[in-house]
Design a protein around this ligand. Structure first.
Ligand SMILES: Cc1ncc(COP(=O)(O)O)c(C=O)c1O
Length: 406
């Protein structure tokens, strides 16, 4: 948060101050930090369930005949207890993007039929391994993938990932876009679509699904751009009489800063209804961020406070390498103190980690109360693309993870 913005925009029923102490998923966060130690990720299974329910309810308004499906993109967070919880509750299937992810999902109880697979740049060994799973929902993102799958699984039904040459992302952040004016490695473009269909037919593959995923983090303000992507996709649909389902990918975002407007799922669903349900097409959706990001906190230990020139620094015991989104994608993290009174004055702090890299900055000019004596700090929105992208840079890759069950 920056000076001048609503300080506590992120508070909600299960993440808020009660008697000046931060509470999350019914627990006092200072107690969690004390018991678990830092750095630790804590995830709320209840919040994940609620996020899933919101997306499912929106899909229900789109039309119930078509059996729309939800696949959780496990690249966002593959913590095994979380995946097992999702399987046991039957809330969703899995979107996997590597053979190892498929194996991990199977290890957590999912079956190949629960898994939609969309990946890029697969090797011969990757195809060999994937082709062993009967029922895996395979989406090919290149002529190469169609050819290799057809050799191993002639007669199969497949999906084709297309590239509509248009993308969408939070605040039009190009780092988060998978398609657009620049040619990317993802999906099959219009120019090659007839060749892709001919290749599939020659291998006796039936194309049942069109898949697209063109970027991440879109909110209500980007829905017009997302609709433009959807409309590009319709050209591909029109070429393909055998298509039954559209996989609209992930990309649904959550607010990162006070000025971000949450995604209006009703408006999102109306776009789906207008363009896909009206053509009697079923919809698959594979969100990662939207389901788990705001269900996770990263608990950090405060290491020091120091003013250098005119800047106040607050050091913490973990760096960008265990939650790289701010560094990689310029996505802001919101630091939240564990003890806070609204009466306190706030000071702009740079919150920095313990890695010897200039980009190891969690937040700049974050308006925090007097942090003297505070042992801990929480980063919200740490449930996605944090632990799953962590590295051991500087040999400081250690962290713990905990799932809080309802
Ligand atoms: C093919 C595919 N599907 C789904 C997702 C999930 O995206 P998100 O977490 O933004 O919803 C991704 C993420 O990059 C992806 O590449």
């Amino acid at each position: 948060m920056h000076a001048g913005q609503t300080p506590d925009w992120w508070q909600r029923a299960d993440l808020c101050y009660q008697q000046q102490h931060l509470h999350f998923a019914g627990q006092k966060v200072a107690d969690l930090a004390w018991q678990f130690g830092t750095p630790s990720f804590v995830y709320s299974a209840q919040r994940v369930s609620e996020n899933i329910a919101r997306v499912k309810n929106a899909l229900l308004t789109v039309g119930q005949q078509q059996n729309h499906r939800l696949f959780y993109a496990m690249k966002a967070n593959r913590f095994a207890p979380l995946l097992t919880f999702l399987k046991q509750t039957g809330l969703c299937g899995i979107d996997a993007c590597s053979p190892a992810e498929v194996e991990h999902a199977l290890g957590c109880g999912f079956t190949p039929r629960d898994i939609s697979f969309t990946a890029t740049s697969l090797s011969q060994q990757d195809f060999d391994q994937l082709a062993r799973y009967d029922g895996l929902l395979f989406n090919a993102d290149s002529l190469h993938a169609i050819g290799e799958w057809g050799k191993r699984r002639p007669g199969a039904e497949i999906g084709i990932r297309i590239n509509p040459a248009a993308g969408v992302s939070r605040a039009s952040n190009q780092l988060l876009q998978y398609a657009g004016p620049t040619t990317t490695k993802f999906g099959i473009f219009r120019e090659q679509f007839p060749e892709a269909l001919a290749l599939a037919a020659s291998l006796d593959l039936t194309v049942r699904r069109i898949h697209f995923h063109t970027g991440c983090g879109y909110l209500t303000d980007q829905l017009a751009e997302w609709q433009a992507v959807v409309m590009q996709c319709l050209w591909f649909v029109e070429q393909l009489p055998t298509v039954q389902r559209i996989n609209i990918g992930g990309g649904l975002g959550v607010p990162h800063i006070a000025s971000d407007q949450p995604l209006n799922l009703q408006k999102w669903a109306e776009i789906i209804k207008k363009h896909f349900t009206a053509r009697d097409l079923a919809v698959d959706v594979e969100p990662g961020d939207y389901l788990v990001k705001d269900a996770g906190l990263l608990l950090l230990g405060v290491t020091y406070l120091e003013k250098k020139q005119q800047t106040y620094f607050l050091g913490v015991d973990a760096g960008f390498n265990i939650a790289p989104e701010p560094a990689y994608y310029n996505l802001p993290f919101q630091p939240v103190p564990l003890i806070f009174s609204t009466a306190q004055n706030r000071t702009p702090f740079h919150v920095v980690g313990h890695i010897n890299e200039a980009l190891d900055v969690w937040a700049e000019q974050s308006m925090l109360p007097d942090m003297t004596g505070q042992k801990y700090l929480a980063l919200i929105n740490a449930g996605a693309y944090s632990s799953s992208m962590a590295s051991n840079h500087c040999m400081r890759g250690a962290f713990k993870e905990f799932l809080l069950l309802p």
